[in-house]
Design a protein around this ligand. Structure first.
Ligand code: SF4
Length: 443
């Protein structure tokens, strides 16, 4: 039996793609191993969103430069594969398979060629019409799962490689999605995350022709599901009915991730984000007017070409105005084949770094304030793990906050675990990135 090892870089879409690639291999009779040294086939599922992520893959490949003995095959999948194509063979001649994510449906055919002895096989191109469907998906987490609803992206944000690496939008049929949601719930996975580059533009290709809100409502009715999340939303396509659906159905988590990228309308225009600051804030208003308290998180890029101090200050003021519960912030990273490469006035690296620190400091204070509001409240968590060093269980709330807590009677010497259970926990303390609490709930 052949053995494979897969390492994943980048976003949740990539992580879930790897679960499907692993399933494809298992369905062909391969066995997954934990160490590259034990494998006949070594796959790197790559990310090119930032230069650093791309370099990491090449440095991994360098480690094994002379190691394709005994017919061992190296494969580069994902965004770097699509972006670099056959150039990868020049930089890393020991690589045998290069396949972009829009070509994953061809993996069984490509693997068959590798097994027949072909030394260089490629699956490239963005003309995909179909989504990546697998007979088996190799999910390691028994309590939570990702579920793709849409692949690719039809937007053209000026800094982003995704349209050039993942291809055009393709939605999966609502029937396939509902069937998979039922299977996951039946297998005991109480929490699922609907995934897509832009979930809001979901369009059911089947005659039912559901939009995203209809799909969301129907998935939330799946018997056995306790929590449904979704990511990522694009502000331009985010509609008020999504907030109504969250209000109506407690299974839908009270958390919305709505990437803004900049607080300046002028920068947003240069980024080709298709909304202005006031339009974005109107959507935030819908979320804040909900009956449930919906946590809001976002992504921000600092130092986009031409970003002035005044434009950066507008991003800082947006942080204050929205009061985000968490922020993922990055320095702008010029990427190949993106329109922003041609923009003048690149912000110096040092200045980008300074702005990032200022922004993160401002947001840290906001998070301390917001998290403190939860002290004394009871929050339901899904228990995800145990930290032996602190003696605390690690839980996640519906609002996607980490809540570390002690339990009145566990850990017990008999090794009983809380992992996978939903428990009420009283919040006793708050930090910038997590909460602390205690649970006396009988189990
Ligand atoms: S919406 Fe913009 S940032 Fe998001 S994947 Fe599409 S092009 Fe990239």
């Amino acid at each position: 039996m052949k053995r494979f090892y897969i390492e994943t870089f980048g976003c949740q879409m990539n992580v879930h793609d790897s679960e499907k690639v692993a399933g494809t291999l298992i369905a062909r009779g391969y066995r997954q191993v934990d160490k590259p040294e034990q494998a006949d086939l070594i796959l790197y599922n790559t990310c090119s969103i930032r230069d650093k992520a791309e370099q990491k893959v090449y440095s991994r490949l360098q480690q094994f430069k002379r190691d394709n003995r005994n017919g061992r095959v190296f494969a580069v999948l994902g965004c770097v594969a699509e972006q670099e194509g056959e150039r990868i063979f020049e930089r890393a001649p020991h690589v045998g398979l290069v396949c972009g994510s829009a070509s994953y449906n061809r993996l069984p055919e490509l693997l068959a060629r590798i097994e027949d002895g072909d030394r260089r096989v490629t699956g490239l191109g963005l003309d995909a019409q179909e989504t990546f469907e697998t007979p088996v998906t190799q999910r390691d987490n028994p309590h939570r799962a990702s579920l793709t609803i849409i692949e690719g992206c039809d937007k053209s944000c000026a800094y982003c490689v995704v349209p050039a690496t993942r291809g055009p939008e393709r939605s999966r049929s609502s029937q396939l999605i509902l069937t998979e949601a039922c299977e996951l719930a039946d297998a005991g996975r109480g929490e699922i995350q609907l995934l897509g580059q832009n979930v809001n533009s979901y369009r059911d290709p089947s005659p039912a022709a559901w939009d995203f809100v209809t799909l969301l409502r129907r998935v939330a009715q799946t018997p056995g599901l306790r929590r449904v999340r979704f990511t990522t939303s694009h502000p331009r396509d985010f509609v008020g009915e999504i907030v109504d659906a969250i209000d109506e159905n407690p299974v839908l988590c009270n958390h919305v991730h709505l990437p803004v990228q900049s607080g300046s309308s002028a920068v947003l225009e240069r980024m080709q984000r298709l909304y202005t600051r006031p339009e974005y804030l109107a959507r935030i208003e819908w979320i804040k007017r909900a009956r449930r308290q919906i946590a809001i998180s976002t992504d921000i890029i600092v130092g986009f070409p031409g970003e002035t101090q005044e434009e950066f200050d507008q991003t800082l003021s947006l942080l204050d105005e929205v009061g985000y519960d968490s922020v993922f912030s990055f320095k702008y990273s010029p990427r190949p084949n993106t329109p922003a490469l041609a923009l003048p006035d690149q912000v110096p690296e040092q200045e980008k770094g300074r702005r990032l620190l200022v922004l993160q400091e401002r947001q840290r204070a906001i998070q301390i304030r917001r998290n403190s509001l939860l002290i004394g409240r009871r929050e339901e968590v899904l228990v995800e793990g145990f930290n032996a060093a602190t003696g605390q269980w690690i839980g996640r709330t519906s609002q996607n906050r980490t809540l570390n807590f002690t339990h009145a009677s566990l850990p017990a010497p008999d090794g009983r675990t809380l992992v996978g259970r939903y428990l009420p926990v009283r919040v006793t303390r708050a930090g910038p990135n997590s909460l602390v609490g205690e649970s006396a709930d009988l189990i």
